[in-house]
Ligand binder design. Sequence first.
Ligand code: NDP
Length: 297
Amino acid sequence: MSATIIDGKVFATTVRGKVAAHVARLKEENGITPGLAVVLVGADPASEVYVRSKGKMTIEVGMKSVEHRLSAETSEADLLSLIDSLNRDATIHGILVQLPLPGHLNEDLVINAINPAKDVDGFHISNVGLLGTGQKSMVPCTPLGCLMMLRDHHGSLAGLNAVVVGRSNIVGKPMAQLLLRDSCTVTIAHSRTKDIEEVCRRADILVAAVGRPEMITGAWVKPGATVIDVGINRIEKTDGGTRLVGDVAFESASAVAGAITPVPGGVGPMTIACLLANTLTAACRANGLAEPEGLTA
Ligand code: NDP
């Protein structure tokens, strides 16, 4: 094994520390406490876990945390009315509607009802357009976390060949936009890509966001490349228990890569840290203050 491990847990702790320090200054110097509202509809167990840890970490960095837990039968009109009241609440700077929503609710309609300036997930169509045209926007948390780790590891990303495997709206596409913005030469690969191994082997930066356990092996990795594994897959162990693995076969890939993120403990912890960073950024922008340095795209 030769690759440097990019430790997302340590990195996320540093990011949260920077957010907390900035929040403390905002309170002291400007009397502003950034506020994050999380809306959970229904009782999906995985979403429950995410919402709980988001609330806990929001409070830990000194922000106001508000949780709205609605029944799975909530009507679209009631959900939109709640979003409207949060949009108008000056103490709330970030609004996150936990996805997936129950089937009777139109996710696009709901997400696009959030004030884009408070859309800390960066999924609103205005933020997607702003990111695509290289303008100031709210940036989706997972790709933002990947970008921060890549910038930290490489310094400048300019001129590097980046391959993003996966073209989802929440990870693959925004990741590619961010890398392009940092002047990488970007390829997006997906399920219809021909000779995908060969495409991946050209990457100086390889981002895997596929949702297929350990699909990308060392044979796909260019020697010395940086591998960012976004995947979170729960697989069964031989003893009947389960364990988490990424989209990258860690052992074989880390024998070839120059640097790699593990799963768990890589990209995952960065996602909530970036949600907090986005909430802070939104609070600064809402009050005409300078944005936190190193915590935005
Ligand atoms: P999606 O299912 O929305 O997208 C998966 C993408 O992978 C699609 O573009 C699909 O291509 C592509 N793909 C699927 N199979 C193959 C294949 N055999 N070869 C090449 N490409 C393929 O997933 P997400 O983007 O939402 O998530 C990806 C992974 O990241 C998941 O494991 C998810 O759990 C994880 N994740 C982790 C987060 C974190 O905080 N760390 C946050 C969000 C996601 P096509 O479009 O052609 O179908």
